[in-house]
Design a protein around this ligand. Structure first.
Ligand code: FEO
Length: 174
């Protein structure tokens, strides 16, 4: 079992991952409406990945004999003034998630819970990738500026992103 303190923090993290999923689903729906199906596709894949993250935490809680408590998911924004704005919000949010993961690692280390520390390293690595990807797209968007063909091309490129299910098992993916 993990401690009650870590259990409570992981339950909050499950909610944060599901909130992230909801945020990216909202972005996906927005860009569908804006006539940018590739960008909508990118965010739909992101939505699925966030669900995997929540699922992985839930499987870990189950494996350790702890309790998962699903709590209400706060509302999310429903529109963004530009593609750049949405990706800036994405990066900002992922940085918050990185801090939350770091806080979980700190608790695990303080409690000498090495299994949880080890489990959390998957998320530590995942966050490096999440931030790098969002930053890369922001860099491209800043170069593109107001160039409509640039946005069109990026939409085509992001439309090729496919979903690969993560290993959501409690011990997989290290
Ligand atoms: Fe689950 Fe995008 O971090």
């Amino acid at each position: 079992m993990v401690s009650k303190r870590l259990e409570a923090a992981i339950n909050k993290q499950i909610n944060a991952e599901l909130w992230s999923a909801y945020l990216y689903l909202s972005m996906s729906m927005h860009f569908n409406n804006e006539g940018l199906p590739g960008i909508a596709n990118w965010f739909l894949n992101q939505f699925k990945e966030e669900q995997d993250h929540a699922h992985k935490f839930m499987n870990y809680m189950n494996a350790k004999g702890n309790r998962v408590e699903l709590t209400p998911i706060d509302k999310v924004d429903t529109s963004w003034k530009s593609v750049l704005h949405a990706f800036e919000e994405t990066l900002k949010h992922e940085r918050v998630v990185t801090q939350l993961i770091n806080d979980l690692v700190t608790i695990a280390k303080e409690e000498k819970d090495y299994a949880s520390d080890n489990f959390l390293q998957w998320f530590v690595n995942e966050q490096v990738e999440e931030e790098e990807t969002a930053q890369g797209i922001i860099d491209s968007l800043r170069l593109i500026g107001d160039n409509g063909f640039g946005v069109y091309s990026l939409d085509k490129e992001l439309g090729t992103r496919t979903y690969t299910a993560a290993d959501v098992s409690a011990t997989g993916g290290e």
